[in-house]
Write a protein that binds this ligand. Structure first.
Ligand code: WT7
Length: 652
């Protein structure tokens, strides 16, 4: 990954797309024609697509309402229900027997859940939630492992108009508490525990701990029995999922909600302060989830088996493990455990056993599997795969080539999809049977998406130049705001270009052919294994430890994770044995294991300018072991640099 920036700038390989006359976009003319439709009639085209692809209980009459920009509204007077769109309409079309979810537990058991069964389960769960007092607009936090009940819980919320907020199951009880409080949730759905690396890991104790710190809004905790581990029980509050569902009828009228009704809140890290609760609305989000499944992956629900390896705790899991594939009436694969259990062939075995035809994962996973060796994929039949996807971070050309050759057998197009929690779905990506790809480039914006690379003044850069990535027109699956903090929404995304453009927070470059190359975050957000972490969050976690006086966190290039967390720490007392381990544990406890610093360096002080600003660029150079490129003339204390650099040498 360290060479990404250099190598992408010199990437000359171009791969022509395979031909497929059946593909939705079978060449660049088809792509240009669709773009042209949006150029000619922006709202008319979106309106046609929304009417054609979704089932509306009440049709909309306006497509885009920009009267309160940047608080855009899409299809605002229309009404629909997400679960009806994902389930009932497919069952009504005679597809009740088709597998909606193929689930594999880590120990190896497999469940095929048909559309008819899933609909029944979702209705029962919706009835059970309703019986526990959940109604339209109430927030339900879902803190679950990757088991089918997680998808059932999400869809059950949508059935009755509740807004879900999924919290990644590996987040700490602190992080869970913070999110429950911010969302003002009335219910938590969780599991006793789940399988990870050959053992059951308890989950419910984290919920108990989070609630012990006071979450007055919570009335009930529904608990799915998965791990079979013993858990504490609070009578009156805790409810067993299975018997609660069994007591309910398998019919529940879907509640039609306004298109703008908040479908879910998903927390993500920002450059400052606490995580942001990103709000997504019903109609626009679902439309784009379905369309991008068809456009980006060329999803054919009658014959494809789609597997997105993301956890439902992330936006990728929301849109491409659950809502996108189900809105299309296709089959989605879900896997409970770790990708390398019991060995590094597990993902490839799952692809083989379930005849996966579209496979979507993150560069960090690809890099880890490259390390494990080509023998693992070679042992499995991957011939059913026809499209490969990546997401979450820039993919280095070497990893792209391996994915192409070893997993795709040289025949499968790779779609490198750039998007964000905020965008709801893909924004910049190749079309698999149309776009000629270059390893490491996300290529071009999808039709309907007006993304640009601009300079600091907002002027588009020319071919061969770099700048900031922006979106110049609203799109249906865009975030609708930050939960409880509309001002932060405006400040974070719209202020930089005075309301003209959505500012993504990424740097990008256009090459001589106009291809987009995403260069990574330009703010203090880290991308660790495709997961977004705010440096401030980790700094706050470190400073909350009694031994720490001050901390600064930066990223440094890492071969597997993309970026590793490097912390510079000033202690209140002398360093003692075992403190590094203790601090790592502390951060895991405060945020979650993914935030654990890979590298901790102690110093007497942090390098600051005379005005007291921490010199982060300098710290990034030190962390990476690079020559220092920053201007040091404003540095207050030079000694500290040597101290920090020498620790790096000792530790390498
Ligand atoms: C950030 C968004 C979108 C789902 C996963 C992450 C980076 C995402 C790519 C890509 C280069 C990428 C960006 C973006 N990113 N996809 N294909 N190439 N960078 O969602 O946690 O909201 O993070 O991930 O920096 O801003 P997220």
């Amino acid at each position: 990954m360290s060479g990404v920036i250099e190598s992408v700038l010199h990437e000359l390989r171009v791969f022509t797309p395979p031909q497929d006359a059946q593909a939705r976009f079978d060449d660049m003319d088809a792509y240009r024609a669709m773009r042209q439709r949006f150029d000619d009639d922006f709202t008319g085209t979106w309106g046609d697509l929304a009417a054609q692809h979704l089932s509306w209980s009440k049709p909309f009459s306006t497509v885009l309402d920009d009267s309160d920009a940047p608080f855009f509204k899409w299809f605002a007077d229309g009404e629909l229900n997400v679960s009806e769109n994902c389930l009932d309409r497919h069952v009504a079309a005679g597809l009740g027997g088709r597998a909606a979810i193929i689930w594999e537990g880590e120990p190896g058991e497999v469940r095929h859940i048909s559309y008819a069964e899933l609909l029944g389960d979702v209705c029962r769960a919706a009835n059970a939630m309703r019986a526990l007092g959940i109604g339209k607009g109430d927030r339900v936090v879902i803190y679950m492992p990757m088991i089918p009940e997680a998808a059932v819980a999400m869809l059950a919320c949508t059935r009755i108009g509740a807004t879900h907020s999924v919290v990644f199951g590996a987040f700490s009880s602190k992080a869970l508490h913070e999110r429950i409080e911010d969302a003002g949730a009335k219910m938590v759905v969780t599991a006793d525990g789940a399988w990870r690396r050959g053992a059951v890991h308890a989950l419910k104790p984290f919920v108990d701990e989070a609630l012990s710190w006071g979450c007055p809004s919570i009335e009930h905790v529904m608990v799915v029995r998965r791990g079979g581990n013993a858990v504490d029980w609070t009578d009156g509050r805790d409810v067993d999922w299975q018997p609660a569902l069994a007591a309910q009828p398998d019919v529940c009228e879907p509640l039609a909600v306004e298109s703008e009704h908040p479908l879910f809140i998903l927390y993500t890290s920002g450059s400052t302060g606490k995580p942001k609760g990103i709000i997504h609305a019903t109609g626009g989000y679902l439309l784009w989830g379905r369309l991008t499944m068809q456009w980006t992956f060329d999803f054919r629900p009658e014959s494809d088996v789609f597997w997105c390896t993301a956890d439902i705790g992330w936006i990728t899991g929301h849109t491409y493990s659950v809502y996108g594939p189900l809105a299309c009436g296709g089959t989605t694969v879900m896997y409970e455990g770790v990708p390398t259990y019991p060995d590094a062939g597990r993902l490839w075995k799952i692809c083989q056993d379930h005849a996966v035809s579209l496979f979507y994962t993150a560069p960090t996973a690809i890099r880890a599997l490259i390390k494990a060796g080509d023998a693992w994929p070679a042992r499995h039949d991957l011939s059913k795969i026809r499209v490969l996807g990546t997401v979450g971070e820039p993919i280095n050309p070497e990893a792209w080539m391996w994915y192409h050759k070893v997993i795709g057998g040289g025949r499968c197009p790779i779609v490198d999809t750039w998007w964000q929690t905020e965008t709801g779905g893909h924004m910049i990506t190749p079309l698999p049977f149309a776009t000629a790809t270059k390893p490491g480039s996300a290529t071009f914006p999808l039709p309907g998406i007006f993304a640009e690379v601009v300079d600091g003044e907002g002027e588009p850069v020319g071919h061969g130049q770099g700048g900031l990535l922006v979106v110049t027109r609203p799109w249906p699956s865009m975030l609708r705001g930050i939960w409880g903090d509309p001002a932060r929404y405006v400040r974070t995304y719209w202020q930089k270009f005075e309301g003209r453009y959505y500012f993504a927070g990424d740097g990008a470059r256009k090459d001589d052919d106009g291809y987009y190359w995403i260069m990574g975050r330009v703010d203090d957000v880290l991308n660790v294994s495709g997961h977004r972490l705010g440096t401030m969050e980790i700094e706050s976690a470190l400073v909350s430890h009694p031994a720490v006086a001050e901390a600064a966190v930066v990223g440094r290039p890492d071969d597997i994770k993309g970026e590793a967390v490097c912390a510079f720490v000033v202690l209140k007392q002398a360093e003692r044995e075992g403190l590094r381990t203790e601090l790592r544990k502390h951060v895991a406890h405060e945020i979650g294991p993914i935030a654990k610093p890979d590298d901790i360096r102690f110093a007497d002080s942090l390098p600051k300018t005379r005005s007291g600003k921490i010199m982060r660029r300098l710290l990034r150079d030190i962390a990476a072991g690079r020559d220092i490129t920053s201007d040091m003339s404003t540095l207050e204390d030079h000694k500290v640099i040597e101290q920090l650099q020498s620790q790096g040498q000792e530790r390498r």
